[in-house]
Write a protein that binds this ligand. Sequence first.
Ligand code: GCB
Length: 605
Amino acid sequence: MLRPQDGPTRERRRLDGIWDFRLDPDGVGRRDGWSSGRLPDAHAMPVPASYNDVVPDLAVRDHVGDAWYSTTVRVPRGWDGQRIVLRFDAATHRATVWVDGTEVARHEGGYTPFEADVTALVTPGEEARISVVVNNELTWQSIPVGVVEDTPHGRRQRYFHDFFNYAGLHRSVWLHATPRTHVDDVTLVPGLDGTTGSLAWDVSVAGPDGAGAGGSGVGGSGVDVRVRLTDADGTEVAAGTGASGTLTVPDVHPWAPGDGYLYELAVDVVDGDGDLFDRYSLPVGIRTVRVDGTRFLINDEPFYFTGFGKHEDAPVRGKGHDDVMLVHDFELLDWVGANSFRTSHYPYADEVYDYADRRGIVVIDETAAVGLNTGIASGIFGGEAVPTFSPDTVDERTQAVHAQAIRELVARDKNHPSVVLWSIANEPESDTDAAREYFEPLFALTRELDPTRPVGFVNVMLAPHGTCRVSELGDVVMLNRYYGWYVQTGDLAAAEEAWRAELQGWAGEGKPIIITEYGADTMPGVHSTTPVPWTEEYQVDYLDMNHRVFDSVEAVVGEHVWNFADFQTAPGIFRVDGNKKGAFTRDRKPKAAAHALRRRWHRTR
Ligand code: GCB
């Protein structure tokens, strides 16, 4: 599923703005016909945004169930004869969509796009009504997982992850037009050999003249594919024909961390006379990624990750994508000396990866599989003690949903040079046979979908070295550790000793180790002369201690502080208006830790 774009054969219209909105706590909307016509008693709701914090009402913030959105769009007159597609960049966590009362799409998973061909339902020049119901319920069979409880005071959503369950239309909605015979998908694999680059392409074509194509249909049905690669100045550097092949790029300018050099590939579908059916253009970074022993190599150079686990989280808009926050956050990454981040704990908006490509920022791309661990829920969040994997909890249906989340993530992000590593889960239970059985096929699936990138998962402190049954399936070891915070709280000397001992154990595995989380909650403005937890001084000392440990273990190839910025969580007795482990506050003001990281990371760059 390719993203909408404007070009010689394609046009798109962004449907963002103020939509009609209404909660449906009793689930009556379908019965009462809210899927066609105007939504009765609607409020205004901006798209994109989470709905939760826009309205100052607990019933909205803590709503569990369906929420309806509706808007109208006038289909551009010029789209006659085109294929017209309605696309949602995300709808959290699942959605059903109608156009003028006809159901056109259903999608499960809150962080990846879906679309519907609505050509037969709309008329160019006329208005169409789009109605959407989004549902935010997390169950044992959703990714992430959760439990909805019926209480005397209403339904309550419980979940096992540490960020607020924001929901709604978080990203852009598009109506776009393509030719009926069109480029359906493009897969690119870059390569490097000295100063020569290569780019393998594989294009599928769909539509009446593409014979339903797929690469193999091309050529035989009077349709051909031409590809043309231009450099950043627009000069052609290579060209080829056919549904698949490999371009050679002499004197290549590789994409590299800190140097987001992008070529552009134009993919043309042409008829027998060379006339254009469709053109799809996409930015291309030529780089390689590989693990070699304990080294993580980008363009065959050892790479050391500096940066953060992030969240899509901001006041009022929740997880709604916002270009202002995007550009500002990347400026702050640059300021602090970060070269990378992890999309903890779900796939981020497409715009984030585009911008990372352009800025030369390296991305660890994560699925929304977080909270598959009832040990954390009961140990830290005070939940019930039930097994993680069982016929009543995480089961093969969950695994199928998880597999689909991986498929959609790889399909969406496979061509981004910034993405160098897949993370298929955060902190699942990983020290049991059941965990091993659950994860083995998911690792195999990820490798089958993308043999070009390493894959891993993020290990939790409850499965320390020597007990984890899943880590050996990964190409890298990713560790979240809170020595000096959740354990040895306030005792950095004891924390340092314990942490070093565990890390040395992991180093013996012979794989690169990325510390994907280490952090200490810190209230900005709280100070002390001695390092006391929650003060800005303690956060700095805590990070220094961690860095001493990392610097003493050669297999450590990266440090991602938890978190880039403070973020909202479910209410709880150890969260003060959310998680406060940010190096920046929620409104992006630096704590003392941000300055300390800046000194370290600009030195190591
Ligand atoms: C973790 C989780 C992250 C939490 C963090 C914390 O291990 O991966 O989602 O926010 O710890 O601060 O407790």
